[in-house]
Design a protein around this ligand. Structure first.
Ligand code: GDP
Ligand code: GDP
Length: 499
């Protein structure tokens, strides 16, 4: 059955508004030289590719992942060329089993490229077998690449198309990664599948399951399975690289750019208690911090794009500097912290180099740092209460558990989903507990509902002529945070006036 005819979506999906982490992943597979990289590059255009780079086998290419834009569609695309090993030439997709499993685990769809000029190749059949064996759930779109070379020779097309069906994945489409021919056909084949997928994911995530209170206040299975994206930010020399090594430990999967390849970003990945954690944009500060230890590198770290890629931002401060200075955070650090929260990221503050204050334990200075930091953070960032602060010594290799505990805790709160029923029980309690009257006369909340998670976002439906005052919204936000323990999470409450 052609994917084009799968059932129509219930509601329009605006892919541009979907959290990048929820977008589906499409893998490009095919034997060597069919044009996988060419198609990958076309789909991501000038956007940057994230690179998985495994140190286990230096012969192989990297596995690249990028954000694809195709008409109104957005999806993540994986170039599986990195799964091939040239060392075992002739054989395909023979990367280590764990790497393959890792790639397949995050893939929902596939584009199976063949070369229209050479006809069906035995290796194409092997790719097909590989896919059936490893990912029986994925029904790929078969695309005959390099179709521009047939110069509209319809007979050749028909022959190639019939031959391609031997693969058993249905009718192929004709494309040219190089010239862009057939991209519309690719769009039409992908669209219904991706829309169906998004409808399901967003329903899981955003469905207003008013009646079901179970499972409603934690990450849904789909969400928690998604890798946690962590950004470590901070000024040069605070110990980010050292902390990175502590976090990666022997689980180090990948890090560092290779010579000869231009890369915008390198991603490090590790496992923590069964969870995959990506450290986003480590290259940005690793390289630049080395080259120029100065204020310039700060603008890079706090770039909006980098923050947007993270779920949780860990801001690293230097305990020794705090001990010497009159304040816990420099202006630049306050700016990063505020921006991370404005962008809706979870925030964890890490005070590193505590070992340098050890000799001074119980001294005024040690106490000052431990007590002053959380207090001062609260003062300069009053919008978000209870930002977690972790005190560590990355140099001594300690702090991994403490940091990860807070990071994961923050991530789970960031994913929190409260059912409308539960929220309104809570709302009634809050209203009865406080005889708070909103100054905007008769305005009152009819009900409260969570419209989205990551971060939790609520809409208060209010009746009356006016909106709730800012003070009242702040009070509600604060109460929500306290009662549901949402420290460090930038929750949002919007309001809508109803008759
Ligand atoms: P991969 O090994 O599958 O990633 O293949 P590449 O993307 O590296 O492409 C292999 C070769 O095929 C390169 O020389 C490309 O320039 C060429 N190629 C890729 N797409 C097309 C296409 O649509 N038409 C033609 N004529 N050549 C293409
Ligand atoms: P980055 O510029 O933020 O990546 O900082 P680095 O990780 O390169 O660390 C800068 C300097 O601080 C290095 O000399 C580290 O050895 C040192 N350093 C990092 N963490 C600690 C720590 O916990 N205690 C002490 N005493 N020094 C540290």
């Amino acid at each position: 059955t052609s994917p084009i005819h799968s059932k129509a979506p219930q509601k329009p999906i605006d892919f541009t508004k979907v959290d990048i982490n929820l977008l589906p992943t499409v893998m490009i597979i095919g034997r060597p030289n069919v044009g996988k990289s060419a198609l990958f590059n076309r789909l991501i255009r000038r956007r940057e590719a994230l690179v998985f780079n495994t140190p286990d086998d230096h012969v192989t290419r990297d596995i690249r992942e990028g954000l694809a834009k195709l008409g109104d569609l957005r999806f993540k695309v994986l170039d599986s060329a990195g799964l091939e090993t040239e060392a075992t030439s002739g054989s395909i997709l023979s990367r280590t089993a764990s790497m393959t499993a890792n790639v397949l685990a995050r893939t929902q769809f596939a584009i199976f490229l063949i070369d229209v000029r050479s006809g069906l190749h035995p290796l194409d059949q092997e790719v097909g077998k590989w896919l059936r064996r490893n990912a029986p759930g994925i029904n790929p779109i078969v695309a005959m690449n390099k179709s521009e070379s047939l110069h509209n020779d319809t007979n050749s097309f028909a022959e190639a198309a019939i031959e391609a069906q031997i693969l058993g994945f249905g009718e192929p489409i004709a494309i040219s990664a190089e010239t862009g021919l057939g991209v519309t056909a690719l769009y039409e084949a992908l669209r219904p599948m991706l829309v169906d997928y998004m409808v399901k994911v967003l329903d899981d995530n955003g469905g207003e399951d008013e009646n079901s209170d179970q499972n409603s206040d934690s990450c849904k299975v789909d969400e928690s399975k998604l890798p946690l994206q962590l950004a470590i930010v901070g000024r040069p020399n605070v110990g980010k690289s050292t902390l990175l090594n502590t976090l990666l430990q022997e689980d180090r999967v990948l890090v560092g750019p290779e010579a000869g390849l231009t890369r915008d970003s390198v991603r490090a990945e590790f496992q923590y208690q069964g969870r995959t954690v990506y450290l986003v944009d480590t290259a940005g500060w690793l390289q630049r911090a080395d080259r120029q230890k100065g204020p310039a590198s700060l603008s890079v770290m706090q770039s909006r794009r980098n923050l947007m890629r993270a779920h949780v931002v860990a801001l690293v401060l230097n305990a020794e500097e705090i001990a010497q200075a009159s304040r816990s955070m420099t202006h630049a650090e306050v700016v990063i912290a505020r921006r991370a929260l404005e962008e809706g990221r979870g925030l964890v503050v890490i005070v590193n180099k505590m070992d340098l204050l050890k000799g001074k334990r119980n001294s005024a200075i040690y106490k000052k740092v431990k007590e002053a930091v959380p207090h001062e953070i609260q003062m300069v960032i009053p919008q978000v209460t209870g930002i977690p602060v972790v005190f560590i010594s990355a140099l001594e290799g300690r702090g991994r558990a403490a940091v990860m505990h807070q990071v994961i805790d923050t991530y789970e709160k960031w994913c929190l989903r409260l059912s409308t029923a539960r929220l309104n029980r809570w709302l009634r309690k809050v209203m009865s507990r406080h005889s708070w009257k909103d100054n905007s006369a008769q305005t009152k909340i009819k009900y409260l509902t969570q419209v989205k998670a990551r971060p939790p976002t609520f809409v208060a439906f209010v009746s009356g002529k006016a909106q709730l005052s800012d003070t009242y919204i702040r009070f509600l936000t604060k109460s929500l945070k306290e009662d549901f323990d949402l420290g460090g999470i930038p929750i949002r409450i919007m309001q809508r006036v109803v008759p």
